[in-house]
Design a protein around this ligand. Structure first.
Ligand code: NZQ
Ligand code: ZN
Length: 388
C-alpha cells in the first residue's frame, strides 16, 4: 500500500539539443554575480566553456570562476568554494559538469554563509541549513547521478576516510537543469558506462524494498527495461541520439525522488560503494557495480518474491519447471551478463581495494534498515570479500 507523502519537485528541466538556449532566460531571474563551477577541463576541451562564457557575457553577468572540482569532490575543495562564494557575495551558482560539479555546487550553496563547519553540520550531524542558501542551476555533461533534479550532495573527506551524502530539501534542489544529450557524447566510455550502472543502482536501491503492490515498482521496471535496451545500443554507438537521450531521461527519473514516494527503500549498495570510494577514490558507478551482485545474492533469500518478479519482469526469465530460487538467481545471472556486456568493473580489487582495507570499508558503510536484510559488520566484510 502506498504510504502517505507530500511531493514537489521544484527543478525546471530544459531537455534536448537546443536546451542551452534557455540558459540566459533562466539566469535573468537572478542577480548579476554568477559563480561558474566546473571540473577538470572537459568543458574547455569540448567548447562548452566558450559557449557558456559567451551567454554569460551577453547577459551582462559578472563571472567568478571556480574550476577544478574533482570527481568525488572533497571537503577541502568545498572550503575553497565557500570562500569564493562568500568573498564575492555571488547571487547564483552555475554548475557545468557531472554529478560531482552539481553536488559540490549544492554543498557550496548551503555552506558559504554557514557559521559552523559545514562538514560537521551537514555531513556528520545531518542538520538542515538555517542560513542563506545561494541558488544553483546546472548544465549537465555526465549522466547518472540524478543530481540535476534532486537535493543530493555527496562529499568525501579523505582525512577521516568518509564519503557521505546529504539529501537536502526543496530549497537546495537546482532551480533549473539544462539537459542536452549531445553534451555527453565526449564522455570516455568508462565514465559513460559507470553512469549507466549508477542509474541501474539507483533504481535497484528503491525497488528491492517492500513487499506491497506499489505503482513505483512498475514505473521502475519500465525504467530498467528502457535502460537495458538503450545502454546496449549506446555502448556500440555512443552517438546514437535516441539511446543517449533516453538514458539521460531515465537517469533523471531514477533519482528525482518520484519513485521513492510512498515506499520504503534500501540504499545499502550505495553505502558500501561510497565507503569503497572513500578508500580508493574510484569512479562512483564502478564501486556500485563491483559490490552489487555479491550484495544481492546475499539478501535474495530474504526478499525472494521480489527477486523472482525482477527476473521475470525485467530480465524476461522463463519460469517453466523452475523453483522460485532458480528463477531469482537466473535474473541476477542475466543482470551479470548485461553488466559484463557493457564493460563494467566487476570486482573491487580492480578499483584498488586490498585485503587490509576491508574492515575499514565495512566500518565506513552506514547501515540502512529499509532493505530485505539489515546487515551487520561481519556480513558487510563477507560481501566485500565476495566482491574481491
Ligand atoms: O572534471 P571534468 O574534466 O569535467 O571530467 C569529468 C570527470 O573526470 C568527466 N566528464 C564529465 N562530463 C564529461 C566528462 N568528460 C568528457 N566529456 C563530458 N561531457 O567525467 C568524470 C566524472 O565526472 P563526475 O561528475 O565525477 O561523475 P558523476 O556524474 O558520476 O558524479 C559522481 C559524484 O556524484 C555523487 C557520487 O558519489 C560522486 O561523488 N552522487 C551524487 C548523487 C546525488 N546527487 O543524488 C547520487 C549518486 O548516487 C552519487 O553518489
Ligand atoms: Zn549513485
Amino acid at each position: 500500500m502506498l504510504g502517505n507523502f507530500s511531493y514537489c519537485n521544484p527543478t525546471r528541466l530544459h531537455f534536448g539539443e537546443n536546451a542551452l538556449n534557455n540558459l540566459s532566460g533562466e539566469l535573468a531571474k537572478y542577480g548579476k554575480k554568477i559563480m561558474l563551477v566546473y571540473g577538470g577541463g572537459s568543458i574547455k576541451k569540448s567548447g562548452l566553456y566558450d559557449d557558456i562564457i559567451k551567454i554569460l557575457k551577453e547577459a551582462g553577468k559578472e563571472v567568478f570562476e571556480d574550476p577544478g572540482v574533482m570527481p568525488n569532490p572533497t571537503v577541502k575543495k568545498l572550503y575553497e568554494g565557500c570562500k569564493i562564494a562568500k568573498e564575492n557575495n555571488v547571487d547564483f551558482i552555475l554548475a557545468v559538469g557531472g554529478g560531482s560539479v552539481c553536488d559540490y555546487s549544492k554543498a557550496v550553496s548551503v555552506s558559504a554563509w554557514c557559521n559552523e563547519d559545514p562538514w560537521d553540520k551537514y555531513y556528520l550531524r545531518m542538520e538542515e541549513p538555517d542560513n542563506r542558501i545561494i541558488p544553483v542551476g546546472c548544465v549537465l555533461t555526465m549522466v547518472g547521478t540524478g543530481s540535476e533534479m534532486n537535493g543530493g550532495s555527496v562529499i568525501t573527506n579523505h582525512e577521516s576516510k568518509l564519503k557521505i551524502g546529504h539529501v537536502f530539501g526543496d530549497e537546495v534542489f537546482p532551480k533549473f537543469a539544462i539537459l542536452n544529450p549531445k553534451l555527453t557524447y565526449t564522455l570516455p566510455k568508462y565514465q559513460m558506462t559507470a553512469g549507466f550502472f549508477d542509474i541501474m543502482s539507483h533504481i535497484l536501491e528503491q525497488y528491492f524494498s517492500g513487499t506491497d503492490d506499489n505503482t513505483s515498482d512498475y514505473i521502475m521496471e519500465g525504467l530498467m527495461n528502457s535502460l537495458i535496451h538503450s545502454s546496449r545500443i549506446a555502448v556500440k554507438d555512443p552517438e546514437n541520439y535516441e539511446a543517449r537521450s533516453n538514458i539521460m531521461w531515465i537517469a533523471t527519473w531514477a533519482l528525482n525522488t518520484l519513485v521513492a514516494m510512498g515506499k520504503t527503500t534500501d540504499w545499502m549498495v550505495h553505502m558500501i560503494g561510497q565507503s569503497v570510494g572513500a578508500y580508493t577514490d574510484a569512479t562512483h558507478g564502478m564501486t556500485l557495480a563491483a559490490v552489487s551482485l555479491p550484495y544481492y545474492r546475499h539478501i535474495m533469500p530474504y526478499g525472494l518474491d521480489k527477486f523472482k518478479r525482477f527476473a521475470v519482469n525485467v530480465w524476461k526469465v522463463d519460469t517453466a519447471n523452475k523453483t522460485d530460487e532458480e528463477i531469482a538467481l537466473e535474473g541476477l545471472k542475466a543482470m551479470e551478463t548485461w553488466m559484463k556486456d557493457i564493460g563494467l568493473v566487476m570486482n573491487i580489487r580492480e578499483l584498488g581495494v586490498t585485503e587490509d582495507m576491508l574492515d575499514g570499508i565495512a566500518d565506513g558503510s552506514f547501515i540502512m534498515t529499509g532493505g530485505y536484510k539489515t546487515l551487520d559488520h561481519k556480513e558487510i566484510v563477507e560481501i566485500l570479500k565476495e566482491s574481491m
